[in-house]
Design a protein around this ligand. Structure first.
Ligand code: CTP
Length: 403
């Protein structure tokens, strides 16, 4: 998909610049031509020689270098690319882009370009959260500039929070989504994602529910769609808006959810992120249950719900090629997750700790372990969007080359 495409990569000054070397290598592996501008700050972190060696091209550093201007002016440099990627994008460069300042080669090329621009911000968490950076980013996004990351986690400055540059694999996936002409590595693949809680009615006004917000499942649906998949999101009751670029089916109970999932088959990919109630109410009342003086409290009888993940995982012609389940555990995380993988028959389990204080349920971040039959991979605590982007990239890699 990237074969023969051209990326202008602008590397500005941040410790994350070393990850851009890996990005260049990955782009080149895919047959993409990479031309690099290294800012003065960027050159403090990576050498022009390393950038030149990896990109197989000369590195552009100065606006008024006579030879550069003779060979290639900043205008040609910024136009002879299909996409301009700024990674890392510092707070300073984002501010210059927002204000239209052109005082070095990078900012001049960014002002002169007529091509789409993707930025991968990287900075200290206070700088990322600063109202000035937020306002600059909002201006840039309002102008149609795309952003990948930043992720949250340990920062080079020793602090923890948002501001870590997205991983090379995530930036690569975002580049592929741009340059694939709406195609992406999952183009032609169908995906079903379940998300949110289910509501199991006790009577017309009461129900049994759980604390799932749907944030993780919705983010996964969007991430798969961003890679080109045709996604049906089957969501229990949540307060989130329906994501753009995919089909959302809203349901209430586990039984409704199963019906909607079966109606969305066939699919290549199924990700069951919903917190489905294990039981539903057997003695559901058609009328509102009334209390009467002296009468004992009503007894609610429960009966098992269908297991959507296990149903999807059953071998057969309609089984999606890749079925991914979630395991929300409060103790013995890995042991229970491995047991769930075997019991439910899915291909991967994404295990997360939802014990009190983990901040996962309803929160914006998640620390997960991705487990398959042979191995387990532990990811650091990441924003739910980043978990989704990584999972989508992993799914795309797993399906690459399959019919
Ligand atoms: N799941 C499902 N349908 C159900 C219950 C669970 O599809 N009726 C899916 C969830 O979406 C998740 C996985 O199964 O992907 C694990 O759910 P969880 O509730 O953690 O597992 P349980 O099977 O309920 O096991 P336990 O309650 O013992 O933890």
């Amino acid at each position: 998909m990237l074969d023969g495409r051209r990326v202008l990569l602008i590397i500005s000054g941040g410790i994350a610049a070393y990850k851009s070397l890996e990005l260049i290598r990955r782009l080149k592996d895919k047959g993409c031509a990479v031309r690099c501008i290294l800012t003065r700050g960027g050159a403090n972190f990576v050498t022009p020689l390393a950038v030149a060696a990896l990109s197989g091209d000369k590195v552009y550093q100065e606006t008024f270098s006579l030879t550069d201007e003779a060979e290639m002016g900043h205008i040609r440099l910024s136009r002879e690319a299909d996409l301009v990627v700024v990674a890392p994008a510092t707070a300073n460069l984002l501010a210059k882009m927002a204000a239209g300042i052109a005082d070095d080669l990078a900012s001049t090329a960014l002002l002169a370009t007529d091509k789409p621009v993707l930025v991968a911000p990287a900075m200290n968490t206070m700088m990322w959260d600063h109202a000035a950076t937020r306002a600059n980013m909002a201006v840039l996004e309002g102008r149609g500039i795309s952003r990948i990351g930043p992720n949250s986690g340990d920062l080079a400055c020793g602090e923890v929070g948002g501001g870590r540059m997205a991983e090379p694999a995530e930036i690569l996936a975002a580049i592929e989504a741009h340059l694939g002409g709406g195609a992406g590595p999952l183009a032609g693949r169908r995906a079903i994602v379940t998300s949110g809680p289910t509501h199991e009615p006790i009577d017309p006004v009461r129900y049994i529910a759980n604390r799932s917000s749907g944030k993780q499942g919705h983010a996964i649906a969007s991430a798969l769609a961003a890679l080109g998949a045709e996604v049906t999101l089957v969501s229990g009751p949540v307060t989130l808006p329906d994501p753009a670029g995919l089909t959302t089916v809203r349901v209430e109970s586990a039984a409704d959810m199963l019906r909607a999932v079966e109606a969305a088959l066939p699919a290549d990919i199924a990700v069951c992120a919903a917190a489905v109630a294990d039981w539903t109410v057997a003695n559901r009342s058609g009328e509102k249950r009334k209390k009467s003086p002296g009468a004992p409290p009503p007894v609610i009888e429960l009966t098992p719900n269908p297991d959507i993940l296990a149903t999807l995982s059953k071998p057969g012609p309609r089984r999606p090629r890749l079925v991914v389940g979630f395991a929300a555990e409060t103790e013995k995380l890995m042991e229970h997750a491995r047991d769930k993988l075997a019991r439910k028959g899915c291909d991967w389990i994404v295990a997360n700790d939802v014990s009190a204080g983990s901040g996962t349920f309803g929160g914006d971040s998640n620390a997960v372990h991705v487990i398959d039959a042979s191995a387990a991979e532990s990811w650091p605590r990441l924003g739910k969007d980043e978990v989704a982007a990584r999972l989508a990239a992993r799914i795309a890699a797993a399906l690459e080359g399959t019919p």
